[in-house]
Structure formats: C-alpha cells, structure tokens
Ligand binder design. Structure first.
Ligand SMILES: *[C@@H]1O[C@H](CO)[C@@H](O)[C@H](O)[C@H]1NC(C)=O
Ligand SMILES: *[C@@H]1O[C@H](CO)[C@@H](O)[C@H](O)[C@H]1NC(C)=O
Length: 270
C-alpha cells in the first residue's frame, strides 16, 4: 500500500519533471508574456490586475486574461486574445518567445505605429491575425505572405497605406480577409478577388486585378458619385444666382427682357 503510493508519487514526479523539461516552451512563453506586458500601455489596468508573474504555479499564465494555453497545465501559449481591453502603444514586443502561438487578436484597442516588417519571423505559425479597429499605420508588410498557415487576416479600420503586397497571392489558406476602412491604393492581388468587394471598401485608391483597367473596375463609381454631388451643389448655387439676377434684370429692364405683349403687361403691373 505504502509502496504503491510511493510509486504513484514517483511516476507523478517523473511526469512533472519530464513535461517541464521536454517543453522548453514554459520559460520562453512566460518571458514572452512579460515582454508583452512591459511593452504595452494598459490605462485600464486590465493586464495589471490579472497578469501576476509572481504566481509561478503549474499553468499559471493560462489563467491570465486573454491567454489561451495548449493545455491548462502547461505554460504554452496557444493564442493571445487581447481585444477590447483599451490597450495602447506600438505592436507588442517579445512575441517570438511565444513560439507555438497560433492566434493573435489585438482588435478594438488603440495600438498605433507600424506592423513589424518581420512579423512572419516573430509569429510564423499564426492561423489567425486580427488587428482590426486600431490605428496601425504604414504599409502592410510583405512578410505576412510568409505566414503560410494564415486562415484569417483582419486589418479592418486602421490607417494602413500603400498597396496590398502582390505576394499575398501565396496565402492560399485564407478564408477570411478584410481591409475595410484603410488608406490603401493600387491593385488588389488577383487571388484575393475571390473575396466579396465589400471586404475592400473604404479605401479610396484600391482597384481590381493588375490586368484590369483600374478606372473600369470597382473604383469607378466613387469619383462619379463625388462628381454628381459637386454638380448638384454647383447647379443649385447657379440656379439661385440665376434666379436673383434674372429677377433684378426683369424688374428693372422688363422691355428688353420680355417680348410678348401679354407678359409685358403682366411684368409692368408688378
Ligand atoms: C521577411 O520574412 C522572411 C522569412 O520569414 C525573413 O527571412 C526576412 O528577414 C523578413 N524580412 C524582413 C524585412 O524582416
Ligand atoms: C518569404 O516570402 C517570399 C515571397 O513573398 C519568398 O520569396 C521567400 O522565399 C519567403 N521566405 C521564406 C524564408 O520562406
């Protein structure tokens, strides 16, 4: 009885030791979250109240707000879901130490500055990247095309400019792609045209495939709408001015304005 208990203890200890030494992830992943914590501005103290690095118990980081682990008992980050926490600052640092991370969601915060040009080196295994509703600026890194596992790429509502890298044609696994409300221009890589047009809305300079004549594709209706709008303004001002001038002229010089006798009589009476 006692021997058995000892055996069990030994096996448990062995399992614990082997799992912690086999998964080099642990220390590295903790370091990753420490770097994220230090590089991000957290005005609401959301991370501060939950990310307690003193803890150190088995799988403690898995209970941090926004942290999903591969297994609740292993400090190995599966994904970071930091959406809607009021976070600020530049793109978080140290993510390369979350070496087996597959999901990153920074949406609905106030992050700004560029998306790192070497993002595929930092988080190569992401299947999902959501940076929507922030103020990221600069160009969309061509390096995202090296993130070959990407299924979901949401860049909606930022201030990204320049063109969508033509290399995005290599992202064959993409099932969700959204760049709505940015400052993008140039032609859309042909393979991305499989997504509905509204996924590209709100970018003044975007147009269809390179083989397309840009002004003939989706771009056309915008300038036309703007022109019509201006035309309406101008013509209503023109009509108003014309009416006043016409009225004054007709009032003071009815004889050179009106030809018909019947109408002249009417104008004179006024
Ligand atoms: C782009 O990605 C490749 C491979 O992921 C990497 O070797 C290269 O350094 C990256 N480019 C930049 C500018 O960081
Ligand atoms: C990264 O992607 C580019 C194409 O966008 C490719 O030429 C390059 O070989 C890739 N680098 C790596 C390390 O996969």
């Amino acid at each position: 009885m006692l021997a058995m208990a000892d055996d069990t203890k030994f096996i448990l200890l062995f399992l614990l030791l082997s799992s912690s030494s086999l998964c080099f992830g642990s220390e590295q992943d903790i370091q990753c979250l420490k770097s994220v914590y230090q590089s991000v501005i957290d005005p609401n103290g959301v991370l501060k109240s939950s990310w307690n690095f003193e803890d150190g118990t088995v799988g403690f980081i898995c209970r941090f707000t926004g942290v999903e682990c591969w297994h609740p008992d292993k400090n190995m980050v599966l994904s970071l879901r930091l959406g809607n926490l009021g976070l600020q600052g530049t793109f978080p640092q140290g993510l390369q130490d979350c070496a087996s991370m597959t999901g990153l969601d920074l949406s609905n915060n106030k992050f700004s500055g560029p998306i790192p040009q070497d993002i595929s080196r930092q988080v190569p295994y992401l299947t999902s990247l959501d940076l929507s509703y922030n103020s990221f600026s600069g160009s969309i890194p061509q390096n995202i095309s090296n993130m070959t596992y990407l299924n979901v790429l949401i860049l909606q509502h930022n201030q990204l400019s320049g063109q969508i890298p033509p290399q995005f044609d290599l992202l064959t696994r993409l099932s969700t792609f959204n760049v709505v409300d940015n400052l993008l221009s140039g032609s859309i890589p042909p393979s991305l045209l499989r997504f509905p047009a509204w996924n590209f809305d709100g970018n003044q300079g975007l147009c269809g495939a390179p083989s397309d004549d840009c002004p003939r594709s989706r771009r056309r209706w915008r300038p036309v709408r703007i022109k019509l709008h201006r035309l309406n303004d101008e013509s209503s001002i023109g009509a108003a001015v014309g009416f006043v001038v016409g009225f004054v002229v007709a009032f003071y010089f009815p004889h050179c304005f009106v030809c018909s006798e019947r109408l002249r009589a009417y104008v004179v009476r006024i």
